[in-house]
Design a protein around this ligand. Structure first.
Ligand code: MN
Length: 739
């Protein structure tokens, strides 16, 4: 009894200590009365969360305090946001209502808290509840960006403190993070938070690779630091000799970005040359910023030879998220390429804190790319797609891409994502211009709608009043705005056509003596495997479904179940999930449960025993087993977390699993013979197929083989690498592109 009292007492002190640290963190922005507001929010949060604890056993209040601290310290937000961060979980998890919040803290705070509160309700299989929640969050983004910023702080703290969560929760949170939160942080210019979110997700989704790269980085740390010193010292000396005040240092790249490079270029860790970048941060005045940066550039390139293809000037044209910097890649003293980033202190603060810092400096910059972006999001959300998932996909695509700058005929600058086409440009100018676009002149030359624009192009759009949006336009536009507009226009058109289809169908059913009612219409759509009755009417109007098809339907009518398709599917999924969760520890044992439960190995990632895996309940195809690092995993788990079941392998050496290896090397006589000997003779592995391409003595091949597990595969890979002439052997994910 006594122990418990002491414990609680210590906890109370710790809570106050953390609260005071929070106050110190927001000191610089505090104005009169702010402290009282923060205290009031803290008291309310403390009181309402008082009986709750986190998975780690710590008092729950640690979490909102930490989120508020991140908001203040790492994002640079002010008092209203601190108050909201402290209260962010109160409405969702306790008895406090939005009305209570509004009464105590006013409309603004209540509105932000509302944006931070999840939609609750029952899921159905067609509209992922998670996708709807993402959309709600994005909708509030258009009202008040602070909602997203606090949400990011919340997510960051949850990711930092995830060790005590069950594995499936870890995977779900990590997937959502790479799927949406990291791209959002990137878009809002919060680079430090973006990198940390990506690294933390990778730590849980690809545990082994993460640890491998981390160890590798530690091994060479001293050597790398010496290199950075040798590189920076001469730069610093000359820079200061010319009267500039500068900080020159090396910054390591994130584990996630190193891993991305390894994957993208298919190279081992040892061949990734840019494990760090050199930063030159200048102390400058607003009027000298630009010339000082170029002065530093000139010094660096006098000392080291620059790669002419690798100069990026984001000072003259800042990125849409506000990022300003000068990047170049130069040949370092030991013959390796080194990336150098040059910017001023002001630019650096924007690079690190993104939106909030941008806000602070807003007076001094004439137009802000970020404001434009938020405006774009607002426009996009005005007519949102009916399907939240589709909307998210389009929206997400625009989060990560780099931008290009295009000129109008009058010389105005328009920002577009990389790979944008002439048609995207037209929609960017105005919806009507896009919808009636028949071609364009790029730098005075006539080009088709699908023409991919290049940085600096000047574009003039040609329109015709007879033009209407076409289905195939969706194949080449890249901006979310163009996509949404084309889709809604096509849907409008489809609806119009379906109207006539409806009348035709009514007549045809009458002549077949089938009653025209909603039950029969649903049965028909189900029979023809169409997603909705609108599609049914549409197909009838187009003539794809004619009298003959309807007669066939009539003949088979008695065997069809009297239920709409989506309902059947929802029930199937729910009952499957129920069966699984009822089993011991809701863990699917692959191998043992094979007979009892219907599951298959996904062919997008071809898992083999030893791989980290999870089960995903599909609507029509039972349970699919995916690798946690499957290219589709993040999307599946982020949007359909409730369909994910934990899974692990049981010991079973007898079964063989299909996997693929990509092999490159120098084509020598007898190489293929040696390969197949090692695979089928030495390792007794069955080969399903082997394809080889040889070009100018360079050999590239893929082998599909049956192995027992990852251990077996690793040994085989090692042995293959020892064959003379072979340079790389890598496993690849997918035999075919499927989900
Ligand atoms: Mn929270």
């Amino acid at each position: 009894m006594k122990d418990l009292v002491i414990d609680l007492e210590a906890e109370k002190n710790e809570i106050l200590k953390r609260y005071r640290a929070l106050l110190r963190a927001c000191k610089s922005t505090l104005e009169k009365g702010d402290k009282r507001m923060i205290r009031k929010a803290f008291d309310m949060a403390l009181e309402s969360h008082s009986d709750m604890r986190r998975k780690s056993g710590e008092p729950y209040i640690y979490h909102p305090i930490a989120v508020a601290q991140i908001a203040a310290e790492e994002i640079g937000l002010g008092t209203t946001s601190i108050v909201c961060a402290l209260l962010h979980d109160v409405v969702e998890d306790t008895d406090v209502t939005l009305d209570d919040i509004e009464r105590e803290f006013g409309k603004k705070v209540a509105k932000i808290i509302d944006g931070l509160t999840k939609i609750s309700g029952v899921f159905d299989t067609n509209s992922s509840l998670q996708a709807e929640n993402f959309r709600k969050m994005l909708l509030t983004l258009a009202d008040d960006v602070r909602v997203i910023l606090i949400k990011l702080a919340d997510r960051l703290h949850n990711m930092r403190t995830m060790e005590f969560m069950p594995r499936d929760k870890q995977l779900k949170l990590s997937s959502e993070t790479v799927y949406l939160y990291a791209p959002l942080a990137h878009r809002l210019g919060l680079y430090a938070i973006k990198s940390e979110l990506e690294d933390l997700s990778m730590k849980y989704m690809e545990r082994e690779t993460y640890q491998f790269i981390k160890n590798k980085l530690n091994e060479k740390k001293a050597e790398r630091e010496k290199f950075i010193r040798d590189f920076s010292e001469p730069v610093k000396k000359v820079v200061e000799g010319q009267g500039l005040v500068a900080d020159v240092f090396g910054r390591p790249k994130s584990i996630h970005s190193i891993w991305n490079k390894m994957k993208k270029k298919a190279i081992p860790f040892e061949e990734v040359y840019d494990l760090f970048a050199i930063r030159i941060i200048l102390d400058s005045t607003p009027e000298n910023e630009k010339s000082d940066c170029w002065k530093a550039y000139s010094i660096v390139t006098d000392l080291y030879r620059p790669n002419p293809d690798r100069l990026r000037d984001w000072i003259s044209s800042p990125k849409a998220n506000g990022y300003e910097s000068l990047h170049t890649t130069v040949m370092g003293p030991r013959g390796q390429w080194v990336e150098v980033q040059i910017r001023t202190k002001r630019m650096n603060e924007i690079a690190e804190k993104g939106f909030a810092a941008h806000w602070k400096y807003k007076e001094s910059s004439t137009d802000s790319g970020l404001d434009l972006w938020v405006q774009k999001v607002r426009d996009l959300l005005k007519n949102p797609e009916s399907n939240a998932l589709d909307f998210l996909d389009d929206f997400k695509m625009n989060l990560f891409s780099d931008e290009i700058f295009i000129f109008t005929p009058k010389g105005a600058l328009i920002q577009l994502p990389l790979n944008a086409t002439a048609l995207d440009f037209a929609f960017e100018i105005h919806t009507d211009v896009g919808a009636s676009c028949i071609g364009a002149k790029v730098n005075h030359k006539l080009v088709p709608l699908s023409y991919k624009l290049q940085n600096g192009d000047q574009v003039e759009i040609i329109t015709s009043s007879k033009q209407v949006p076409k289905e195939d336009w969706l194949n080449f536009v890249v901006t979310a705005k163009a996509k949404a507009k084309i889709k809604s226009s096509l849907k409008e058109e489809k609806r119009r056509i379906a109207e006539t289809g409806k009348e035709i169908l009514e007549r045809k059913l009458k002549s077949l003596k089938i009653t025209y009612n909603s039950e029969n219409i649903h049965k028909l759509s189900y029979y023809f495997k169409l997603p909705s009755t609108l599609d049914l009417f549409f197909e009838v109007a187009k003539g794809t479904i004619d009298m003959k098809d309807l007669k066939e339907y009539q003949a088979s009518e008695k065997v069809i179940e009297n239920k709409p398709q989506d309902k059947i599917e929802a029930e199937q999924v729910q009952s499957l999930v129920r069966t699984l969760k009822a089993k011991d520890a809701d863990m699917l044992l692959i191998g043992e449960d094979m007979q009892k439960i219907d599951y298959k190995l996904a062919n997008c990632c071809n898992p083999i025993p030893g791989d980290d895996v999870f089960g995903f309940v599909t609507v029509s195809d039972g349970i699919k087993i995916h690798r946690t690092n499957c290219p589709n995993a993040a999307k599946l788990m982020a949007n359909y977390g409730y369909r994910v079941v934990k899974a692990k392998w049981t010991n079973q050496q007898e079964l063989a699993f299909l996997t693929g290896l990509r092999i490159t090397g120098i084509d020598e006589v007898g190489l293929i013979n040696q390969l197949t000997t090692v695979i089928s003779h030495d390792f007794k592995v069955n080969i399903r197929s082997i394809t080889v391409d040889s070009d100018n003595g360079i050999f590239e091949g893929t082998v599909m083989i049956y192995v027992n597990d990852t251990h077996h595969l690793d040994n085989l890979t090692k042995r293959l690498k020892m064959i003379k002439g072979i340079s790389t052997v890598t496993r690849f994910d997918s035999i075919e592109k499927a989900s």
